[in-house]
Design a protein around this ligand. Structure first.
Ligand code: HSE
Length: 436
């Protein structure tokens, strides 16, 4: 059989990684795919650099439309990133009958519904294993391996940059800015780290997982997103004293009222396996009704781990290229006409437990006033820690762990607590998950 022809958009970390892995493992990949896979054309901005890298192995062009509209190309691999240009290129490639492989979580979280609809119309596949948790085959697991299950919830450490920063803050007792500077120096964090540290990258990824897990459209605009940039080293220390670690989790859960879709720093019991995922590693915990809890761990970024997922998608598409489109695995795991309109819950409707840190005047009756406010709102206290006030300081920290309550109730409690004269600064609130 003739080799399948691949066009690459971009030859950066991911694109060049995929090119190298394909070349290096060519023989085994061909035995798996059933036919050869040949990169025939690459579009890049810096044509000279790319020509030097590929050393004559394929054509290099400056205009991505030359890849997207090349009649010989079967699969377009998009590794450029960003939304606007890539949306246009991907839709054009689909219209030209090309299958798409992409690592672009932002594109799919925001424009996925439009792209999947176009792909269905054109009878082509859109594969995106590399978009979530890099080299971990979590899309495959959710879409195929766990297909027997009614998935109940997913909680993932799906951003390596922030996990690295949190590990540094805990290990070294340093604050966020110092840990971010370390991450940038070591090349884990981008020069502009906003998407990572503010939780946007993780929200893109959990949005995609939520759609596949629950059979709903991608709905990034409904996700609650809170990053780690305001996290204080003292909270990591207090959490540790209480037997918890703080991780930036992407969480999606099915409830009777709707779907939770949220990213925020989260206290989780230190004894959970996922609590011990350190540095830039990723891990995703998936709970299905039949299988129970399953955990997937690995590298979420980097040239070759991401290439591992991109090339796996290329092989998948190659195997299914000639299959009847009706017999392919649906893009979002559920048949397109069987997606549900289950609502995504606003964060005020989410039920979870909370860590609260209060800086209070160290005098009689303060704790009684605070616990009265919580009791009046039916918020039950699970644990309470009062630090000794430092000598000469008339103030102290109180840490309260609550049982589960709705976010709107904790918001009301915090507003009342902050209004007390004896409470000296804003209340720090961090959500907690037992993940049991
Ligand atoms: N910037 C991401 C991370 C990797 O830090 O995990 C790509 O999604």
């Amino acid at each position: 059989m003739k080799p399948i022809k691949v066009g690459l958009l971009g030859l950066g970390t991911v694109g060049y990684g995929a090119f190298r892995v394909l070349a290096r493992n060519q023989e085994e990949i061909q035995r798996r795919a059933g036919r050869g896979i040949e990169v025939t054309k690459i579009a890049v901005r810096d044509v000279e650099r790319a020509r030097a890298l590929v050393a004559g192995a394929c054509e290099v062009v400056g205009d991505p439309m030359l890849v997207v509209s090349d009649p010989d190309i079967d699969i377009v691999v998009e590794t450029i990133g960003g939304y606007d240009l890539t949306r246009e290129l991907v839709l054009q490639a689909i219209a030209n009958g090309k299958h798409i492989v992409t690592a672009n979580k932002a594109l799919l979280a925001v424009y996925g519904n439009e792209i999947f609809a176009a792909a269905r119309k054109a009878n082509v596949m859109v594969a995106f294993e590399a978009a979530v948790a890099g080299g971990i085959p979590i899309i495959k697991a959710l879409r195929e391996g766990l297909t027997a299950n009614r998935i109940q919830w997913i909680a993932g450490i799906i951003n390596g940059t922030t996990n690295f920063i949190l590990s540094e803050m805990r290990d070294k007792g340093i604050d966020f800015d110092a840990a971010l500077a370390d991450a940038q120096q070591l090349g884990y964090a981008e020069a502009d780290p906003t998407f990572d540290i503010e939780g946007v990258d993780a929200a893109h990824k959990v949005t995609i997982m939520s759609a596949i897990a629950f059979g709903v459209p991608v709905q990034f605009d409904k996700a609650y997103v809170e990053g780690i940039s305001r996290l204080a080293a003292i909270d990591i220390k207090y959490a540790e004293e209480l037997g918890y670690r703080i991780k930036l989790l992407g969480i999606t859960r099915r409830t009777d009222a709707g779907i939770e879709l949220r990213v925020h720093p989260t206290l989780i019991p230190a004894k959970r396996l996922i609590a011990n995922v350190e540095g830039a590693m990723n891990a995703v915990l998936v709970h299905g009704d039949a299988v129970g809890a399953t955990l997937y761990y690995g590298k979420g970024a980097g040239a070759e781990p991401t290439a591992s997922a991109v090339v796996a998608d290329i092989v998948d598409v190659t195997r299914l290229h000639t299959a009847d489109p009706e017999h392919r695995v649906p893009h979002l795991a559920f048949q397109h006409d069987a997606l549900s309109n289950t609502p995504v819950l606003p964060i005020e409707e989410v039920t979870t437990s909370y860590y609260l840190r209060l800086c209070v005047a160290d005098k009689a009756g303060v704790l009684a006033e605070i616990t009265r406010i919580l009791a009046d709102l039916n918020i039950s206290i699970d644990a309470l820690l009062q630090k000794e006030s430092r000598e000469g300081e008339p103030q102290t920290d109180i840490i309260i762990l609550t049982h589960e309550t709705q976010e709107k109730h904790i918001n009301a409690a915090i507003a009342k607590i902050e209004a007390l004269e004896t409470v000296l600064s804003k209340v720090t609130r961090i959500r907690m998950e037992a993940l049991s």
